[in-house]
Design a protein around this ligand. Structure first.
Ligand SMILES: [Zn+2]
Length: 335
């Protein structure tokens, strides 16, 4: 209920009781004045309330929801972080959305109870007759005016609380992002391996190496930067090299790792995205944002629990993590 509706509802109440005020000119005038004070207070409050709502919603819309969504998506994909960090980011966004709608509901409920209470007071005051009638009306009007102030204060409090929570959520998200970066699961310094002597590089050959994605455009990776992982699929060279080592180790344990989908061109990702958007396909990232598009992710065939358990136990030795918790087949190279 908007403040305008509250004021209107009061007017209706007073009109309904007009007959009872007939012949009591002074009371009618006092009631009229009190009503004007209440409605003025309500309309002043409405302006302040609207301003506060606009500020909160403005913060939420610009620096808020979209930015948070962007950040949590980035945390989940581009930075190739752990599943936990991505989940935490998404949770912060969800909590904020819940808090905003919670405050909205609370304010609505407050407006309703305020109106009902005020109606009750007016009815009681106006229904009194005889010696008490005069005082009854004035008393009721005083209480209604006091109610108006209480309403303004309480509903303003809800907004203040949301703003504080918004600031807190932004802080949490920034901290999460920082933590993720410091853990080294996120972006690594680019091109570092070029400065290492050739000898050392050769010696470290079978250790997971950082995948240099310098100059790569998502979905447009040249063939020279890709390498086969079997099953007709390719990955970024550094990732493919580690995948083949991982597959060789798995084979010793009687497991063969088949890749259903490795590097995807922009056109291939767009096809999957269109299917997803029309409700016919699996969850797919927007073209140009998938880690498949830079050859770092592989959708590994998981025919049984044994295969999944093996990956869970050993994949990180080769630099692979299951960074989409809802897709146990999606493994991303994070070195
Ligand atoms: Zn995938």
């Amino acid at each position: 209920m908007t403040p305008e509706q509250i004021a209107q509802s009061f007017a209706h109440e007073l009109i309904a009781h007009r007959d009872k005020l007939r012949g009591r000119a002074e009371d009618a005038q006092k009631t009229h004045q009190a009503f004007q004070r209440v409605s003025q207070e309500i309309s002043e409050h409405e302006t302040a309330h609207k301003k506060q709502v606009a500020t909160v919603l403005g913060e939420w819309d610009s620096a808020g929801a979209k930015e948070f969504e962007k950040k949590s998506t980035r945390l989940g994909h581009d930075f190739q972080v752990t599943a936990t960090a991505g989940t935490n980011g998404a949770k912060i966004v969800a909590d904020m959305a819940g808090s905003i709608s919670g405050a909205h509901t609370a304010t609505e409920r407050l407006a309703t109870s305020y109106t009902n209470e005020a109606k009750g007071l007016l009815n009681t005051g106006l229904n009194l007759s005889g010696a008490g009638a005069r005082g009854g009306i004035l008393h009721a009007l005083g209480q209604v005016e006091a109610l108006g102030a209480r309403y303004a204060k309480e509903s303003g409090g809800h907004l203040k609380k949301v703003r504080a929570e918004l600031v807190e959520a932004a802080k949490e998200l920034r901290a999460l992002e920082k933590e993720v970066k410091h853990d080294g699961v996120a972006e690594k310094p680019r091109g570092k391996k070029h400065h290492e002597p050739a000898k050392r590089r050769r010696r470290d050959h079978d250790k997971p190496r950082h995948a240099n994605t310098n100059g790569l455009r998502n979905g447009h990776v040249p063939a020279s930067r890709l390498s086969s992982v079997g099953d007709g699929e390719k990955m970024h060279k550094a990732a493919a090299e580690q995948f083949r080592r991982m597959d060789a180790a798995a084979k010793k344990d009687g497991i063969t790792l088949h890749v259903n989908s490795g590097y995807r061109t922009y056109a291939e990702q767009k096809h999957l995205w269109d299917l997803y958007q029309s409700g016919q396909g699996n969850l797919a990232a927007r073209p140009g944002t998938s880690t498949h598009g830079i050859g770092l992710s592989a959708d590994i065939n998981i025919p049984d629990q044994k295969t999944f358990n093996w990956l869970r136990q050993h994949a990180d030795e080769y630099g692979f993590v299951n960074d989409v918790p809802s897709e146990k087949w999606h493994w991303t190279y994070t070195r």
